[in-house]
Design a binder for this molecule. Structure first.
Ligand SMILES: C[S@@+](CC[C@H](N)C(=O)[O-])C[C@H]1O[C@@H](n2cnc3c(N)ncnc32)[C@H](O)[C@@H]1O
Length: 222
């Protein structure tokens, strides 16, 4: 486990964040609390990490020393941020597990101060769309990521890392519409894949140039 530095998209996501000094920060699907501790280190006044997994939270608590960081076990399908409100809601690679993302975004938006921001990453819709996920090969033997089912939004079952994991496929247009309906105005959108320089340094990532792995979004409460 390499924390934030082990996530190749982190430098890009980090560049989309506002300054955190004195800010109240919410981390939705915080996992081991890597971002919570980083935010506290940036001077955030208060950080609340939320996750449904007690195992994840136990390790997050064990590795957290700052009194400004708190963790709460909750299911994001129902979670509503406590008052007082937050300056930043952050989420890394959790939203694509939720069936009612519209409901969560509405509750999170209500918990943001005016001008508050949401910065999040999800698996890119080109990653979540195929009914049978995994590389194939074209006639020349070039690894190819299948594109199918893109407009058929809904659950996809994958066996990567763990068996039978259910993710929710949404198109890019749907993500943008869900933000809009929650009163969040898009301010940044990036499709992350490794740069040519990163592939040169990590040749095993060369296939990752064929489609973006992550969709990164930033929005501001209107
Ligand atoms: C891929 S991990 C990402 C963890 C962390 N944000 C990171 O980037 O390292 C997804 C996280 O979302 C959490 N999660 C998934 N579904 C959830 C739900 N319904 N409610 C709360 N947390 C959930 C998982 O427990 C897990 O910690």
């Amino acid at each position: 486990m390499h924390g934030l530095d082990g996530a190749p998209e982190w430098p890009t996501l980090q560049a989309m964040l506002p300054g955190l000094a004195g800010k109240r920060v919410l981390d939705l699907g915080c996992g081991f609390g890597w971002f919570c501790r980083w935010a506290a280190g940036q001077g955030a006044a208060e950080v609340l990490g939320v996750d449904v997994s007690e195992n994840m939270l136990a390790r997050a608590r064990a590795e957290t020393t700052r009194a400004t960081v708190h963790y709460k076990r909750a299911d994001l399908e129902r979670f509503a941020p406590p008052q007082p409100a937050f300056d930043l809601a952050y989420s890394s690679l959790a939203f694509h597990y939720l069936t009612d993302l519209a409901g969560l975004l509405a509750r999170v938006s209500a918990g943001l101060l005016p001008g508050g921001q949401l910065v999040c990453s999800v698996e890119h819709p080109l990653m979540t769309s195929p009914r049978h996920q995994g590389w194939t090969q074209d006639e020349s033997g070039v690894p190819t990521w299948p594109v199918n089912g893109y407009l058929d939004e809904g659950p996809r079952v994958t066996d990567w890392l763990a068996k039978g994991v259910v993710k929710q496929h949404r198109s890019i247009a749907t993500y943008l519409e869900l933000l809009r309906r929650a009163g969040l105005v898009l301010t940044d959108l990036r499709e992350w894949g490794p740069s040519v320089e990163q592939v040169a340094a990590n040749p095993e990532w060369s296939n990752e140039r064929q489609r973006p792995a992550f969709l990164l979004l930033a929005a501001r409460k209107s």
